[in-house]
Design a protein around this ligand. Sequence first.
Ligand SMILES: [Zn+2]
Length: 100
Amino acid sequence: MVAQKSDWLCINCGIRLGGVFGGEFYPDVPADKLRTSGPNLVVTCPECGQIKTWFTADPVVRAVYQLVNAISEVAARSMVEQVGRAVNEQSRASNSQKFT
Ligand SMILES: [Zn+2]
């Protein structure tokens, strides 16, 4: 399989911001012109300041990000449940100590 190669140009001034190889974006701008927005990459044109977003097209990457989000949500929820249960048990224990 030959990876497709294409230039990714600024939509305003037309300078090259990076290249796309096999569906992946390889930026060609200084690091301070790059920032991430979730799985997407926001590129600021160093020439004219035009902002262009590279949307991650890879469905595997998207699925992984969704999975990570789902896992951390579930983990956070079960953590809250466990802490709540521990607090309840503690207050029940201290209550029974008071009354005995
Ligand atoms: Zn530009």
